[in-house]
Write a protein that binds this ligand. Sequence first.
Ligand code: ZN
Length: 192
Amino acid sequence: MSVLPIVTVGDPVLRERARDVTPDELASPEVQRFIDDLIETKRAANGAGIAANQVADLRRIAIVEVTPDNPRYPYKPPVPLTVMVNAVLEPMGDETVEINEGCLSVPDLRGEVDRHVTVRVRYLDRDGAEHVEERRGLTAGTFQHEVDHLDGVLFLDRVRDPTTFSTWEQFDRHRREEFVARAKALVERVGS
Ligand code: ZN
């Protein structure tokens, strides 16, 4: 396994739509190795997730995994390792919530993003088995962030109020306390 270089905002590959992976491709040792590398890269960067576009690859593959000790997002509920191939996401209901997000491809910037509170996500796992799952709250936000990447969308595009942008240092200083309280209330209200 190897850690791949992560591309940053401005690289056109982050603005392209990733293409579906065929069953034959998915079963190939090359794609299976790529999935292992993507997991390794996400873990090395302490991300909550990563999408193929972020390592300059346009196969429709994304990972979500939140461990309880994640230093970037200690307030996020844990999510077991989820490998999504050909992921498609649909909102359930109209309710949205503002979540303060960051991104491995947008170094040292965070902002408040509108996310659907509940989504249904369909994907194939790395063995080709189909999954349909409902995700809620902060976890739904993480899934929306990753599937957005596969569609060429960055969290920056969804920030409605540009005055909410902050560096990570300024987030810690001025926004963390208020946001973590909001995040906890959301998790208590809707689960994850
Ligand atoms: Zn991201």
